[in-house]
Ligand binder design. Structure first.
Ligand code: 5CA
Length: 444
């Protein structure tokens, strides 16, 4: 992409209405535009990041054997009446009437609809387990939408649902998602900690929120610091290995506000390891047994001929919220610099030439480099405007493209000035640059 042809409407200053850095930055560099309260258009730069996040989320769902489908955004109220949640859900649900005066709604979540799909075709335990997911827009008429896309009304969510024959099998499914979430957030270069959490309107009695630390987060958390040193390395997708993984995490006290108990906290966590802080919920998993399968009558034949309701769980990732959450985690406030993880960066490398009357060849040279990198499958953007060098650099530091090629005075001959944001510049050949980028990408 050449910046002169791109649609990246950058603002000169931070918009006054934005209170936290992710909201400020997303408006400032033209990633999103508010269309009405809590509802946003995703402009090319923001959309690109979100799509890259979505791809990683999808890959990690597929890896544990979940199958993707797509349910509609608009649902009939009938199934919600069957489950009893139509009245329960309250004003957060956007209710709509069609021309036949039928009660419809814009889905805030999909437990009912997926159960209805399941019950219409699965009849035997032989077809279980089933792990199904989709990535779709949701609408929740939040009382106080705020912080841009962090708490908005229309948002993009990955929601998965598991169907199993018994509690034991269902917990195996739950643990698969537990692992998959740890892997997903790691690939996004986030440390997301699973914390025992309340289940709210989704229900059930086993639930973990995946939370990343941030002062601007809306979740209050109480945790043992040692949980930050854990990882999922070596875990296999088998019952015992996944059970051990979850136990390894659950050994440490880590809970959200609603689950907090002062006595437990002080008893279980030595003083030096106690951390009370705030975080952003980027994912939430639930186990709720037959809460939906029973009222919706979703049962299967068991081996002995008896019938039972399937045991279900649901598993959400806030795909659009993650765009803001990554900014909150990665933005360097002191230097006013953003650095996207390479895995989701809107562009992987920016070519920033110094273009002035005396250096007409600089643009030519940068176009050659651009084509060379494109051919190597590197996602590159070239700043071909005639802005001065330092304002170009400032702009890219805000956009957060993690690598920059600076074709200024320090690049001569075959040696090019190459910078990874936050690190010292290096003088490298184009081949060396490609090697670095390709190797980095292989690790994602
Ligand atoms: N059905 C379940 C799991 S599939 C469910 O809806 N869970 S949830 O309510 O916890 O939402 C899942 C994720 O969506 C949350 O962890 C959060 O990251 C994201 N999310 C929820 N509400 C909003 C909102 N108003 N704005 C942006 N993201 C949201």
């Amino acid at each position: 992409m050449f910046i002169s042809k791109s649609f990246i409407p950058i603002l000169k200053n931070n918009p006054a209405e934005a209170k936290i850095k992710s909201h400020q930055l997303m408006l400032r560099v033209g990633m999103i535009k508010q269309s009405s309260a809590g509802i946003y258009s995703w402009l090319p730069l923001g959309f690109k990041v979100m799509k890259k996040i979505e791809k990683i989320v999808r890959e990690e769902q597929n890896r544990i054997g979940a199958q993707e489908l797509l349910m509609p955004t608009i649902q009939s109220s009938d199934i919600w009446k069957e489950s009893g949640r139509y009245d329960e859900y309250g004003e957060e649900m956007l209710r709509i009437k069609d021309r036949q005066n039928r009660e419809m709604l814009y889905g805030p979540t999909n437990e009912e609809l997926i159960t209805e799909i399941f019950r219409s075709s699965v009849k035997s335990y032989k077809s279980l387990p089933q792990l199904l997911y989709h990535i779709q827009w949701k609408f929740r008429d939040e009382l106080r939408p705020r912080f841009g896309i962090m708490r908005c009304r229309e948002f993009y969510m990955k929601d998965a649902y598991s169907f199993d024959i018994s509690d034991e099998e269902a917990l195996f499914s739950y643990n698969k998602f537990f692992l998959s979430y740890l892997k997903t957030f790691k690939r996004l270069e986030l440390t997301a900690i699973p914390m025992a959490a309340d289940t709210g309107p989704i229900g059930g009695n086993l639930s973990h929120e995946f939370i990343i630390l941030a002062d601007t987060g809306e979740s209050k958390i109480f945790t043992d610091k040692r949980i930050f040193d854990l990882n999922s390395d070596g875990s296999k997708i088998e019952k015992k290995s996944l059970e051990e993984l979850r136990k390894k995490y659950e050994k440490f006290y880590a809970v959200t506000d609603e689950k907090f108990n002062k006595n437990d906290f002080e008893k279980k966590v030595p003083e030096d390891y106690r951390l009370t802080t705030k975080g952003i919920e980027v994912g939430h998993i639930f186990y709720f047994g037959d809460k939906y399968s029973k009222p919706l009558n979703a049962g299967v034949d068991l081996p002995g001929g008896k019938k039972d309701f399937v045991k279900m769980g649901s598993y959400g990732v806030g795909v659009s919220r993650l765009v803001g959450a990554i900014i909150e985690a990665k933005y360097n406030e002191k230097d006013e610099v953003m650095k996207w993880p390479l895995s989701v960066a809107p562009y992987e490398v920016a070519i920033i030439p110094l273009i002035n009357k005396n250096e007409a060849s600089s643009l030519e040279k940068s176009k050659n480099i651009y084509n060379f990198l494109k051919n190597k499958n590197i996602d590159v953007i070239l700043d071909d405007t005639d802005e001065n060098f330092s304002s170009k650099m400032k702009k890219f530091n805000l956009i957060g493209v993690p690598y920059q090629i600076l074709l200024g005075k320090k690049s001569h001959g075959d040696l090019i000035e190459f910078v990874e944001i936050g690190k010292d510049p290096q003088s490298l050949s184009l081949e060396q640059i490609v090697k670095i980028l390709t190797e980095q990408k292989e690790n994602i």
